[in-house]
Design a protein around this ligand. Structure first.
Ligand code: GRG
Length: 292
């Protein structure tokens, strides 16, 4: 398998899906829809939607049945980035190599664009699948995006910034909820579209948690070792903000080791499905070796 070619194909599918399933920029109010598309179309690695498509393909879904689910996940992810960049949160001005949404437009427009992307994700699931499948997809994505996962992880992250003695356990909680939950939901949503068994969904969730942890640890390593031009977002922010990161708590070498261990665990968990997981395994390797 040619991993680079396959990744390119999957990313192109995601981008076509975004174009197809998100209102056009000139839909009234055009400023809002332009802002939604501005952030969505800025690129990014498209990891989460590609995981949805690739997981669905493992279960025999080769046509575009999983595309609305993939776009829904990317809408939720993009909303979280827009809100995270706002002055009341991380106050950042660079994202995906472009000015952040509130810099390009204004704070109120960025806030509304994030709100609208979040809502659109669930609308897309509800209208694109039969009621039973839609229900399972909505429940899975809502759980991962809600107060006990993404939003809760973000809350704990903000709280940890204010306390001097955030622990390794606090950090694991933040990583598992802020980052790994949506990655885990991406795998599971692909499995749901592919009508995976409950046992297989459990393996998909588990592999997603393991990949999510590895991904966030690498993110911490890159923040400490790379530069803004390469990352397309501000580098060195964590140390500057005195943030408790994996690198701060465990050091660079141990962080890299734990990331590698979690990547290997994710590959082993996927192996339990007994399906062709070569593309996803190569994707896991490429995420472990990524430079942005
Ligand atoms: C505001 C509810 C709310 C949540 C914000 C996503 C997030 C939570 C914060 C962004 C900052 C951050 C380091 C989050 C951890 C997850 C992460 C590494 C996000 C960036 O994902 P990538 O690298 O981004 O896949 P691209 O742009 O490539 O899609």
């Amino acid at each position: 398998m040619d991993f680079a070619a396959e990744m390119k194909r999957q990313v192109a599918r995601v981008e076509r899906g975004i174009d197809l399933h998100v209102p056009r920029a000139d839909t009234r109010p055009a400023r809002l829809h332009t802002a939604m598309r501005y952030s969505l179309e800025a690129g990014g690695k498209r990891l989460r939607p590609v995981l949805v498509l690739a997981a669905a393909e493992m279960f025999g879904v080769t046509e575009d049945a999983a595309l609305p689910a993939a776009v829904a996940v990317e809408c939720v992810h993009t909303y979280s980035l827009i809100h995270d960049d706002l002055p009341c949160m991380d106050n950042d001005d660079l994202r995906r190599g472009r000015p952040t949404a509130h810099k390009q437009f204004d704070e109120a427009t960025a806030l509304l664009a994030g709100d609208a992307l979040l809502t659109h994700a669930f609308s897309l699931l509800a209208i694109s699948y039969d009621p039973k499948m839609a229900n399972r997809l909505v429940a899975t994505l809502a759980a991962a995006a809600g107060s006990q996962c993404l939003v809760g992880g973000q809350m704990e992250d903000l709280l940890a910034e204010r306390k001097a003695n955030a622990t390794a356990e606090d950090l694991d909680f933040i990583h598992l909820n802020k980052t790994a939950a949506i990655i885990s939901a991406s795998f599971a949503m692909g499995g749901i579209v592919g009508e995976a068994t409950d046992e297989d969904l459990m393996f998909l969730h588990e592999a997603g948690r393991q990949l999510g942890l590895a991904f966030q640890i690498i993110d911490d390593v890159l923040d400490a070792t790379s530069d803004s031009a390469t990352l397309g977002k501000t580098a060195g922010k964590d140390a500057k903000a005195g943030k408790t990161t994996y690198v701060k708590v465990h050091g660079l070498a141990a962080s890299r080791r734990v990331a590698e261990e979690n990547s290997q665990r994710a590959r082993a968990t996927l192996g339990k499905l007994g399906r062709d997981s070569r593309f996803i395994e190569a994707l896991i390797d490429s995420m472990a070796a990524r430079t942005k």
